[in-house]
Design a binder for this molecule. Structure first.
Ligand code: KG4
Ligand code: ZN
Length: 345
């Protein structure tokens, strides 16, 4: 079954066709990065206008050579309301005109499963880590549509923290890739930034770390020339926390697989640390390819396939800018998945 996915929740206009939830037939992404760069962040009004201008051409390109479209899937939240509406209205109109089933997809869910597109043998159950511009979630994925969120960020998301620190260092937007690149030239042990482990909880908190970088810059303005060391030390702190908590949770819940998704999963240091920890623990870590780490529509189409398989579709969808990650069916996790209790690390 070929599913056409449409993604427009933030600043990427994307469409993709995926066969049977696993094989990418096309994957078109039109990034608005250049439009927002001079504002050092996403301007919602500019984002939705650009989606309107681009979405038809992006979809046309995605379906040009892929043959039949059997079903459609579109992101309905979380995201920017205007941007989400462009995707939803376009998808609804096409589903009506082509008489195809349509499925609404949670953007977080799409990131959770993005690694499946590169790893044909990856199936739930696994522990999912979503690290994007808007979210940091640690989730037990028992099955498609069956989730238990262990923890999430209490303030800034990991991606937001990368972007804000990059902005303080005048490295431009988006900040994650710039910090990743600059950090390669620095010493990660140069500055002992705090590691917010929040022992006893699976939640995350990155705003204190961001403030620690700000204080460092205020206290030692002469050291701003040392950008490489600041980037490497900051990145080391974020990735230490993400790696430690994720592997601890996988061990506590007896999960042998971890799947990471979202823009920050493109981070080279995070990938390196997960690989090292993976070899030590025997818990396998799966990452999406770089193009599928950040926003794309292939991950939306993939989840659309599994949702459609379970008989979920609707001609009319509702968008929700703060859509939470919820289960498709009423479910409770079997007790065997939490043998050590809820206490986090
Ligand atoms: O998943 P995504 O494309 O959009 C959202 O759903 O938010 O994530 C975007 C975030 C941005 O904060 C960006 O700075 C971050 O992902 N990012 C990175 C890297 N590439 C993108 N963060 C750290 N290292 C990277 N290589
Ligand atoms: Zn995203």
């Amino acid at each position: 079954m070929n599913v056409l996915g449409i993604e427009s929740s933030c600043d990427e206009t994307a469409a993709a066709v995926v066969k049977d939830g696993r094989k990418i037939l096309s994957n078109i992404i039109d990034s608005q990065e250049k439009l927002h760069r001079r504002f050092r962040g996403i301007v919602p009004e500019i984002a939705s206008r650009s989606h309107v201008e681009k979405i038809n051409a992006v979809i046309e390109k995605a379906i040009q050579k892929t043959g039949r479209v059997d079903a459609m899937a579109v992101t309905v939240g979380p995201g920017l309301i205007g941007s989400l509406l462009v995707g939803k209205m376009t998808a609804e109109a096409l589903a009506w005109a082509w008489d195809r089933p349509l499925v609404g997809i949670n953007h977080l869910e799409a990131h959770l499963f993005s690694a499946l597109l590169d790893s044909p043998r990856l199936e739930p159950p696994f522990l999912g880590l979503i690290v994007s511009g808007g979210h940091t979630h640690l989730v037990i994925v028992e099955d498609f549509g069956k989730y238990k969120t262990l923890g999430q960020t209490r303030d800034d998301s990991a991606g937001e923290c990368f972007d804000k620190v990059a902005s303080m260092l005048k490295l431009g937007y988006p900040g994650g890739p710039a910090i990743d690149k600059t950090a390669k030239l620095g010493n990660p042990k140069a500055i002992p930034f705090p590691r917010p482990y929040l022992t006893g909880s699976w939640d995350f908190s990155f705003s204190g770390l961001k403030t620690a970088v700000l204080y460092y810059l205020n206290d030692f303005p002469e050291k701003i020339s040392n950008v490489e060391d600041i980037c490497a030390s900051f990145q080391s702190a974020v990735t230490d926390v993400l790696t430690h908590k994720t592997f601890l949770a996988a061990k506590r819940y007896g999960l042998k697989k971890i799947a990471v998704g979202g823009g920050v999963s493109a981070n080279s240091e995070l990938r390196k640390k997960f690989n090292i920890e993976s070899r030590k623990s025997g818990i396998r870590a799966y990452f999406p390819s770089l193009i599928l780490s950040t926003d794309n529509a292939a991950m939306v189409a993939a989840v659309g396939f599994y949702k459609h398989q379970r008989g979920i579709s609707s001609k009319h969808l509702q968008v929700d800018p703060s859509l939470p990650l919820t289960n498709w069916e009423k479910s409770s996790l079997p007790f065997s998945l939490s043998p050590f209790g809820e206490r986090g690390g």
